[in-house]
Design a protein around this ligand. Structure first.
Ligand SMILES: Cc1ncc(COP(=O)(O)O)c(C=O)c1O
Length: 344
């Protein structure tokens, strides 16, 4: 399994139906797209006969305004996953460098394009021209890169003719994300690419909207390769409305961070915490004798966590747990008692 969020499979495997399910296996905000988007939702069905605006003017503008960048440096895609594919397709690098542990799609998409993948842990691993994927914060640990370390990765990549691609899919969960983002008001001559997503922070995994930020000349080349109408019209409209609703999302960020702090304290009594969780998920090595039985017991009780045993370069067996509402956290903790103090 290389992704969380497999709620349909859970129905077959454990007989739990989505209505009663607490899905902590995909790290998506539980707070949804905000009141503006919710208010408009019932009316969108009356306009499904329309094609989307092929230029997606409203959504480009909403992305540009919120992220304080030029619309010309943005390329909208159907989720950040489609942006990963687009980058590989257009740049067609000789090799893809992945700093593990990492989101599985960097490796999977590169392999599908027949591009060799090299797993590296140090900047010195970049010896040939190619492309580097690096996420900030990292999935699955949630750890943030120190700005100077991130800069060093970029500098070293460029020195070896490697295109750095920084994945900021989870960065907006971090309170000082504006200081940390590598997006710039003017991206001319900026040599790296940035991946963005409205899936996670805006609770819109089902709508599939993401984007790429690049030097406007590069952005144009990427745009030329997009299919027309690649984002559904309701998806584009809801994403734009969500991005325009920042008062709500400032509150949602605070709620999630408060819950993460509380849940971390609870999980620390049941598991070793891996890394330094700065986003809306926590990676753990649970204090259990039988990991498979533990996963099954949670799932049969209607709680899904991400089996993280397929991630490289982390202590195993590990599970990734999304931070949602207090009620969701309590459902998890109710079926995962604190182990006796003499455990192991
Ligand atoms: C680090 C990272 N980047 C990108 C994505 C893809 O996001 P999207 O849903 O926008 O395709 C994910 C999804 O899990 C992710 O973990």
């Amino acid at each position: 399994m290389s992704h969380g969020g497999q709620w349909r499979q859970a129905q077959d495997d454990y007989g739990v139906f989505s209505r009663g399910l607490v899905d902590l296996s995909a790290s998506i905000s539980p707070y949804g797209p905000g009141p503006k988007a919710r208010a408009e939702w019932p009316f969108l069905v009356n306009r499904l006969d329309r094609y989307p605006d092929p230029d997606y003017r409203e959504l480009y503008e909403a992305v540009a305004v919120h992220y304080r960048i030029q619309a010309a440096s943005v390329v909208l895609t159907a989720g950040a996953t489609a942006a990963i594919d687009l980058v590989l397709q257009v740049i067609n690098p000789r090799v893809v460098y992945v700093v593990e542990p990492a989101f599985s799609e960097y490796r999977l998409r590169a392999t599908l394009w027949n591009i060799p993948v090299r797993r590296i842990t140090e900047t010195t691993g970049m010896t040939d021209p190619g492309l580097l994927f690096l996420a900030n914060p990292v999935n699955p640990t949630g750890t943030l890169w120190h700005p100077s370390d991130l800069q060093q990765w970029i500098t070293e990549a460029l020195r070896h003719d490697v295109v750095p691609v920084i994945d900021e899919a989870f960065l907006e969960f971090v309170p000082d994300w504006r200081q940390r983002t590598l997006m710039q008001p003017d991206m001319h001559e900026v040599p790296y690419l940035i991946l963005g997503s409205v899936t996670k922070f805006y609770g819109l995994a089902g709508l599939r909207v993401g984007f790429l930020v690049a030097d406007p000349r590069r952005a144009k080349a990427f745009k030329n390769r997009l299919e027309p109408w690649s984002i559904a019209w309701p998806s584009a409209r809801v994403a734009a409305l969500a991005l325009q609703d920042q008062t709500y999302f400032d509150a949602a960020r605070d709620w999630i961070i408060a819950e993460r702090t509380w849940l971390l304290g609870q999980l620390a009594r049941r598991a070793d915490i891996v890394g330094r969780p700065a986003a809306n998920f926590i990676l753990v090595n649970p204090s259990v004798d039988d990991f498979d039985a533990w996963l099954r017991r949670l799932a049969e009780s209607g709680v899904l966590v991400r089996d993280a045993r397929d991630f490289q370069a982390i202590r195993q067996p590990a599970a990734r747990i999304a931070v949602k509402t207090r009620r969701d956290s309590q459902r998890l903790l109710a079926v995962w008692p604190v182990p006796p103090t003499n455990w192991r």
